[in-house]
Design a protein around this ligand. Structure first.
Ligand code: NI
Length: 155
């Protein structure tokens, strides 16, 4: 396992659309391991492959419950609304207010390329939406209500 460099805002790769993963390979397994190491090192809750420079439809999420690996994920159901703080490892030291669904259901392939689904509310729902946006080249900063701020307290 190795830490990967996290790309930051201004890097064109963060605005590109990612490609589907067709098969699991040793390289992708290594990428997943490295992404978890990188995520935990940065104290984040989620990381998408383009954030480490790989244009593949892969995200990992760990909100403190379980580590989730989502390959080719697709949101199939949403409900409700939540408005709150959001940050991104690719936009270091900044936060912003974003409205997201309060519930999402996502279908994806797991690490064995088997179909799976995950339901999330609150932080997990927010993380799923945020990470999936990365796969289409979208950053949360374009959805922020008001200005970005430097300190989470300053809301
Ligand atoms: Ni992000």
């Amino acid at each position: 396992m190795a830490l990967r460099q996290i790309r930051t805002i201004g890097d064109d790769i963060l605005n590109k659309k990612c490609k589907e993963i067709k098969e699991m390979t040793p390289r992708i397994k290594e990428l997943i391991d490295d992404m978890f190491e990188t995520l935990y090192d940065a104290n984040g809750v989620g990381l998408a492959a383009p954030q480490v420079g790989v244009l593949k439809r892969l995200v990992i999420i760990d909100c403190g419950d379980d580590p989730h690996v989502l390959i080719n994920p697709r949101i199939v159901e949403t409900s409700g609304e939540q408005t709150g703080n959001e940050g991104c490892l690719s936009v270091p030291g900044k936060f912003g207010t974003v409205t997201r669904p309060n519930y999402v259901k996502v279908v994806f392939l797991d690490e064995n390329m088997q179909p799976a689904e995950l339901e999330g509310t609150e932080l997990l729902a927010r993380a799923i939406c945020h990470e999936l946006d990365h796969l289409d080249g979208n950053l949360y900063v374009d959805k922020v209500e008001g200005d970005l701020y430097e300190n989470e307290e300053e809301e």
